[in-house]
Write a protein that binds this ligand. Structure first.
Ligand code: ZN
Length: 253
């Protein structure tokens, strides 16, 4: 039961129609995996902690650099050189000491991804490259865990929610990982916006209200302040979630 300090702390969101104490209990009982604690992952994990998600796992292989400090809001000048998940965990525990934070300082690979994903209720995409996004997408499909994808380029952003078994997956949308953009252009404000939208999606999925972006890509253009939607189509021959996967399995026998 939600009571005492929790009622006070989360009172302004508990009164939201359709959320209530049950929604807050669901958040407290949930575990969210944030893959990549850069610009998207920092803002997303801050709002997950503020909202009262019970357990947040943050994964990143990198250490803090000066060039991160225009956008990665959990890192300060004194953190340069520290491992990102360790530094982020310190701040998140100061934000909300009742939230359990598990920092994981390693690269996400085919070998490590399943264990991380299967322990989560929702996975948030904080990555900056499509090769690793494809690895996480495939694991989420295998383990049937929702994956909230977002990507940012300058003042442009995109977001969709992948619910395995129900919506198109990332490999339905892109037949192969798009090539990386060099250099990656990033403004902190675009990342903060898209990461906030990712946490909105996570809260709705966990608490069970509202409509998600399942089956739709939301695009944002910060130069013109336009939002646009695209309906996404499941690829029946998708190599990750469709018949392509079964063919591949059968041909491997
Ligand atoms: Zn697919």
């Amino acid at each position: 039961m939600i009571s005492g300090d929790e009622l006070t702390r989360y009172g302004r969101q508990i009164v939201y129609p359709g959320f209530g104490k049950v929604g807050q209990e669901n958040l407290r009982a949930s575990r969210v995996l944030v893959v990549g604690v850069g610009g998207l992952g920092c803002t997303a994990s801050v709002h997950l902690a503020y909202a009262g998600v019970g357990h947040i796992t943050i994964v990143d292989k990198d250490s803090v650099e000066l060039s991160n400090l225009n956008r990665q809001i959990l890192y300060w000048e004194s953190d340069i050189g520290r491992k990102k998940p360790i530094s982020a965990a310190d701040k998140l525990r100061m934000i909300n000491s009742s939230v359990r934070i598990t920092p994981v300082c390693k690269k996400i690979t085919e070998a490590s991804v399943d264990k991380l994903v299967e322990e989560a209720d929702v996975v948030i995409d904080g990555l900056d490259n499509y090769d690793t996004r494809f690895v996480v997408n495939a694991a989420c499909v295998r383990k049937r865990i929702p994956f909230i994808h977002a990507g940012v380029n300058g003042f442009l952003g995109q977001i969709t929610t992948i619910v395995p078994g129900k919506t198109p997956c990332l490999a339905c949308i892109y037949s192969a990982p798009p090539a990386p953009e060099k250099p990656i252009l990033v403004f902190g404000v675009t990342l903060a916006l898209m990461a906030s939208l990712q946490v909105m999606e996570a809260i709705k999925l966990i608490a069970g209200f509202g409509e998600t972006l399942g089956g739709r890509m939301l695009y944002f253009n910060g130069e013109t302040m336009e939002f646009a939607y695209e309906d996404l189509v499941k690829n029946p021959r998708c190599s990750v979630c469709g018949i392509g996967r079964r063919n591949l399995k059968e041909s491997c026998k």
